[in-house]
Design a binder for this molecule. Structure first.
Ligand SMILES: Cc1ncc(COP(=O)(O)O)c(C=O)c1O
Length: 379
């Protein structure tokens, strides 16, 4: 008896990486220059484009090997006292908290807003009344941008530095004419993929330059300061972006806006159909005062309760549709972090942690795949 072939899984994400043909001109330039790392011509060119996009001098930004190291080095460059209390949302990717711990500090886990699913200045102000907070690291949850003027006001009122972990928000989060510090990921799954990579943007005087130095082992390259050129000015690491990754980033830049536009359109249509198929029982992340999500990279929805989520997960499993509990469990429920964090009241994050579920979202989803997802939601 012949068995029916199993249905292939509907994947959760499919990256939009440049093709080998699109990459080739950049790789040829790299090879001709014989410069493969250490702030070579392609990294510098990528940084020039970023400086144009963010409308700022290129000294105010630096590429890094990935967002995780970008976050860690920003915290190091802020020169906080060891063991500083850094407020982070309980609902985020683990790297937000590991960066704080690895920088020698203590993550203080805060709640998120029930609608935008983000740690807002209002929540941060309430946390400051409860305990000593030395810095804030908020997150652009699933790429949703923050209102930077509200965070600038928070910094001015409290004197506390604010860092935005904007890992998933390239193309959505800008400085919006305000002051601030942003850290982006250029990972394969993000809207501007470089394979691995990160970008630190900061209006804080000297911060990006310090991060750049720390990403190059901490070696001083500036002849105009007291430390000798070529000797250590700080205890850094190796978090430089290579020319190979810059080549992918530059090739991706040629298409990222088109991809972001296609993903926005696709997301709007898919959300509409999912809502209809569910009998209007789903809830979506709300846009905050920071404006709309311009470059979505994933689809995460909220089910009415934990039982509905478990049932949907099971139905998707049976229909061979991949799902993911993005940003879950909450940070305080991870053994490795438990002893290293302080936890405030997090009722909204707890509730989101029981009801959020990520579904497949990628350009090129076929009609059959889409139909399979919608049928499971409808049933
Ligand atoms: C909120 C958040 N922070 C940090 C990171 C880590 O980024 P990277 O992979 O570039 O280190 C991610 C990755 O998805 C993320 O979602």
């Amino acid at each position: 008896m012949t068995m029916a072939p199993e249905l292939p899984w509907v994947p959760l994400l499919v990256p939009n990486m440049p093709s080998p043909q699109e990459l080739l001109p950049w790789l040829e330039r790299m090879h001709a220059a014989q410069h493969y790392s250490n702030f070579g011509p392609l990294v510098r060119e990528l940084e020039v484009v970023f400086a144009q996009q963010f409308e700022m001098p290129h000294e105010h930004l630096t590429t890094v090997a990935n967002a995780t190291q970008g976050l860690e080095l920003v915290l190091q460059a802020l020169n906080l006292p060891t063991g500083a209390h850094v407020l982070v949302p309980a609902l985020t990717f683990v790297a937000t908290a590991t960066a704080v711990v690895r920088a020698g500090h203590v993550p203080v886990l805060a709640d998120v807003d029930a609608q935008t699913w983000m740690l807002t200045p209002k929540i941060a102000r309430a946390a400051c009344e409860r305990m000593r907070i030395d810095a804030v690291m908020s997150v652009t949850t699933f790429g949703m941008p923050h209102d930077m003027s509200a965070w600038q006001q928070f910094e001015r009122d409290t004197g506390l530095p604010v860092v935005i972990d904007a890992a998933a928000a390239y193309g959505s989060q800008w400085l919006q004419g305000a002051e601030g510090t942003l850290v982006f990921s250029l990972h394969t799954t993000k809207s501007l993929p470089a394979g691995e990579g990160g970008l630190v943007v900061s209006t804080r005087p000297g911060l990006a330059a310090k991060v750049r130095q720390l990403s190059n082992f901490g070696i001083n390259l500036d002849p105009d300061v007291d430390t000798l050129v070529g000797t250590l000015a700080g205890l850094g690491t190796n978090a430089k972006m290579s020319e190979y990754h810059a080549a992918i980033g530059l090739a991706s830049l040629e298409k990222w806006e088109l991809h972001a536009c296609d993903r926005r359109e696709f997301l709007t249509g898919l959300m509409h159909d999912l809502e209809q198929a569910s009998g209007y029982s789903l809830t979506w992340q709300a846009q905050g005062a920071g404006g709309p999500l311009m470059a979505p990279t994933l689809l995460c929805m909220r089910l009415p309760d934990a039982e509905a989520r478990a049932a949907l997960e099971q139905a998707c499993q049976q229909a061979r549709i991949m799902t993911r509990r993005w940003y879950q469990p909450l940070l305080q429920h991870m053994n490795v972090l438990q002893q290293r964090c302080l936890v405030l009241d997090t009722p909204d994050a707890q509730s989101l942690g029981q009801t959020l579920l990520g579904l497949p979202f990628f350009l090129g989803m076929t009609q059959q795949q889409r139909h399979r997802v919608l049928s499971v939601i409808a049933s």
